[in-house]
Ligand binder design. Structure first.
Ligand code: ADP
Ligand code: MG
Length: 672
């Protein structure tokens, strides 16, 4: 019943069903699991005098007068003048003519919305308005939705789903677990995650879902690890080849790179199947480690594969690998979504025969028709961009191949051990010598002219510039903010005439994004204005400035990733963090950025500053696609879950006991 189509619910018609599809919702289960992105606290009423500029507030006020005006063809306006015992306010509704009929002069209403205060004059535009507290009461969920689907309508869908299904019978956690950790039951959890009756109930609901999500995840990873450790690894023979490689490199491998290669060799030599995460800060030279691993495999007569999350990264790796592997007579192939059919057919043939030694590519390399002769070394780059299943698919292309995953998202070591509990971990904690540390500075609007001058200087020096513009939130209804971003890039164009400016955003097709990135890499585009989609891992050594507008909106780890796009060449690089919001928390965050370039330190700090339990700001961590749990803020739960998962598996390694059947089912759902 929970797996039936949402269109079976009484209030969901075809077209709405299509909108839900866009959000990835097709079954009732999906609908119930589309959790709110955040919550608004509408439980405390304010008087008008208490409202300050820019805040969202709930006020109760009496309507003194109302007016209606058709402004132009597609725009009309209802205006109210309202008051309470402390002051007055103007309320405006655009294109909500029905408000004019439904609002009564002299009547008292609740208004919830963003307050604007201009020279003491209060204003609200399009507030949620009602005579009796319904939607303005308590804690109200805010969902990530698509255009044409309102919060209220979505809530009504969820409500009918909860009514239609006997959730009591859909429990996913065994009784003994719920009892041990005092977790609420599933019906309570669904009701209160979507319609919190109060803060405490919401907290309980969230805790339960986070616990369960992490538990299934850990159980899956741990049972995978114990399966893997039974696997015999494919033996390789000759590691000396790495020394030969060094003759061709224009630099010496760093000690950290060498150590990591040794750790890899040691795993393989011990007869084990390699399962290792290589974590290294941006620019630490992970690609070289991958190259070494692939070279060793090829030299032992086996094939290797390397998967990257984007075309441009795949191209970049391909170029780099070709440069060195061809000295040894090994052939490298490149396969991406845009490889022409004919070429693809040839690559597939040569791959099967074994005349291609190394295959580099995007997700295209895990498609069903890709067959290897003897794949023995799999590598995924920027691991956090892939799901666990995708890793699995690549693995299945070989017979127990060795596996190396690489990630540039520095996370505290303890956290890495949990998140990647099916893997051993190597850390590259050293940057290649001679790198100039990126100079990071904080600035605000007053410094704008100086900054423009500085950017002009960089351009005259033939440098290239990244600008991350006022954020377009990728999941929200983005039309307006997208417009702002486009306008912003026009302003930049005007400021720097004669320099090619391009604009990159998340709503673009991959092929468009890639094309712009290639042109930036080639030096044709001088200034790249972008939302945060600037691809991870892209190497453009000539780009020396990373300017981030509204820096307060980013987490530390994200800022560090962005900063990692520059400082990859000989030239001095700069990171400018602009923010006009010098709140104490913001300043503290930005100060960390100015003070240190060490990604691991930054991630520890990030964890500390964000702290656990900030339920009003459950910004998702970008590490792994978790619906509700957050690897940064749910550390405590994560530790508990890790212990519990180990305990469960030590008693029941294959989850065969009666009481663990629910766990088994759910783990299977996630890991396939
Ligand atoms: P990341 O770890 O972010 O993936 P890359 O592998 O892209 O880093 O390497 C960043 C840059 O450093 C590349 O230009 C690469 O050629 C260079 N590099 C890698 N290893 C060394 C080294 N040992 N000495 C000097 N430069 C290196
Ligand atoms: Mg990389």
């Amino acid at each position: 019943m929970i797996d039936i189509s949402v269109e079976a619910l009484p209030n969901i018609k075809k077209e709405r069903g299509a909108m839900l599809k866009k959000l990835g919702i097709s079954t009732v289960y999906d609908l119930l699991n589309h959790f709110p992105k955040r919550y608004e606290d509408r439980s405390r009423k304010k008087t008008l005098i208490e409202c300050f500029d820019g805040e969202k507030a709930l006020v109760k006020a009496t309507v003194k007068s109302k007016s209606y005006r058709q402004v132009r063809k597609n725009l009309d306006m209802v205006k109210l003048s309202v008051y309470d015992e402390t002051g007055k306010m103007e309320v405006t509704y655009f294109n909500q003519k029905y408000m004019y009929q439904s609002i009564r002069e002299g009547g008292e209403y609740l208004f919830f919305g963003k307050v604007q205060r201009d020279f003491g004059k209060l204003q609200m535009v399009n507030p949620v308005t009602e005579a009796e507290q319904k939607n303005t009461g308590g804690i109200t969920p805010v969902y990530a939705l698509t255009k044409g689907l309102s919060q209220n309508v979505f809530s009504s869908f969820v409500k009918s789903a909860i009514l239609a299904i006997d959730l009591q019978t859909k429990e996913t956690l065994p009784e003994y677990i719920k009892r041990k950790y005092q977790l609420c039951d599933i019906l309570f959890a669904y009701k209160n995650i979507h319609f919190p009756s109060n803060e405490q109930a919401l907290k309980l609901a969230r805790e339960r879902f986070a616990f369960e999500e992490l538990l299934f995840f850990e159980l899956g990873l741990l049972s995978k690890k114990s399966n893997n450790s039974l696997n015999k690894g494919i033996p390789f023979t000759d590691y000396k080849i790495v020394e030969k490689l060094e003759d061709y490199l224009p630099f010496k491998l760093t000690n950290a790179q060498k150590r990591t290669v040794r750790e890899i060799a040691k795993d393989i030599n011990s007869g084990k199947q390699l399962n290792r995460l290589v974590q290294g800060d941006v620019g630490s030279g992970k690609t070289m480690v991958a190259l070494c691993a692939l070279l060793i495999a090829a030299n032992s007569g086996y094939q290797g594969a390397m998967m990257a999350p984007t075309e441009i990264l795949a191209h970049q790796h391909y170029d780099e690998l070709c440069k060195y592997l061809e000295h040894f007579g090994f052939r490298v192939g490149l396969l991406t979504g845009s490889t022409p059919k004919k070429e693809k057919a040839l690559i597939l043939k040569e791959l099967k025969e074994g005349s291609i030694n190394i295959l580099v590519g995007t997700h295209a390399i895990i498609e069903a028709d890709v067959e290897f002769k003897n794949l023995a070394m799999c590598i995924t780059d920027e691991q956090h961009r892939f799901g666990v299943n995708q890793r699995g698919k690549l693995f299945e292309k070989g017979k127990n191949p060795h596996f190396l995953v690489m990630s540039a998202t520095p996370i505290p070591r303890t956290l890495a051990l949990i998140m990647y509990s099916d893997l051993d971990v190597s850390i590259i904690d050293e940057l290649p010598p001679g790198r100039k540390a990126v100079k990071t500075l904080y600035a605000n609007e007053k410094d704008r002219l100086k900054i423009d001058e500085f950017l002009k200087e960089r351009l005259l020096n033939d440098d290239q510039i990244y600008i991350v513009c006022p954020l377009v939130e990728e999941t929200e209804n983005t039309d307006d903010s997208l417009k702002n971003a486009v306008e912003y890039s026009k302003v930049i164009e005007k400021k720097f005439p004669g320099y090619k400016v391009a604009f990159l955003h998340g709503k673009m097709k991959n092929s468009e994004k890639d094309e712009i990135m290639m042109r930036f890499k080639a030096g044709e585009i001088k200034i790249l204005v972008s939302t945060t989609v600037i691809e991870v891992g892209v190497n453009v050594p000539n780009a020396t400035v990373m300017m981030v507008e509204n820096a307060e909106r980013f987490g530390l780890s994200q800022l560090h990733q962005l900063r990692g796009r520059v400082g990859r060449g000989e030239k001095q690089a700069y990171n400018i963090l602009l923010s006009d919001n010098p709140s104490k928390a913001t300043m503290e965050r930005l100060k960390v950025m100015v003070k240190t370039n060490d990604g691991f330190k930054i991630s520890e700090k990030d964890l500390e500053l964000r702290g656990p339990g900030d339920f009003f700001g459950t910004a998702q961590s970008g590490f792994i696609d978790m619906k509700i749990a957050n690897f940064l803020t749910d550390v405590k739960t994560l530790n508990t879950v890790m212990e519990e998962a180990k305990d469960i598996l030590s008693k029941d390694p294959r989850l065969e006991r009666e009481e663990n059947q629910l766990l088994k089912e759910n783990v299977r759902k996630i890991f396939g």
